[in-house]
Design a binder for this molecule. Structure first.
Ligand SMILES: [Fe+2]
Length: 137
């Protein structure tokens, strides 16, 4: 995946569309059963909708306090809006892989953003990459 380690846990981010100036992307996030993303930010506003499977989403404040956990069903969607609503973690709770569709106003897979450890509050540079597109192209 993009050569930079990605999300881990067998999680794949598949680019479906990217504007020529990289100011808009549409991608699918594919998360196997039992896998979860790191706590991460996106650094851009966007919309996320769950297409298949079920997920729990844990939402964190900018101080990395757990603000809310919510179960997601297919058809549910939510907005990302930094800095207030930009940090979360998702975990697949269904027996099969979950697939969510993301419309983001940056090149989310290729920009350097942050993964967080909510226990230590440590931030790590993070680039998720795309399964099907090399960020250096
Ligand atoms: Fe996310």
């Amino acid at each position: 995946m993009g050569g930079m380690g990605g999300m881990g846990g067998g999680i794949g981010q598949w680019l479906l569309y990217r504007a020529g100036d990289r100011s808009l992307t549409l991608f699918a996030l594919v998360v196997p059963p039992g896998s979860e993303t790191p706590v991460h930010d996106h650094l851009a506003w966007g919309l996320v909708g769950l297409y298949d499977g079920t997920q729990d989403e844990d939402i964190f404040t900018t101080e990395l306090e757990l603000k809310e956990s919510r179960p997601l069903q297919p058809g549910d969607f939510y907005a990302l809006l930094p800095p207030r609503d930009d940090i979360h973690r998702v975990r697949t709770t269904s027996e099969h892989t979950s697939v969510s569709i993301h419309l983001l106003t940056n090149d989310t897979g290729c920009v350097w953003r942050h993964a967080y450890d909510p226990d230590t509050k440590a931030a790590t540079p993070f680039r998720s990459g795309y399964v099907n597109v090399d960020c250096e192209e």
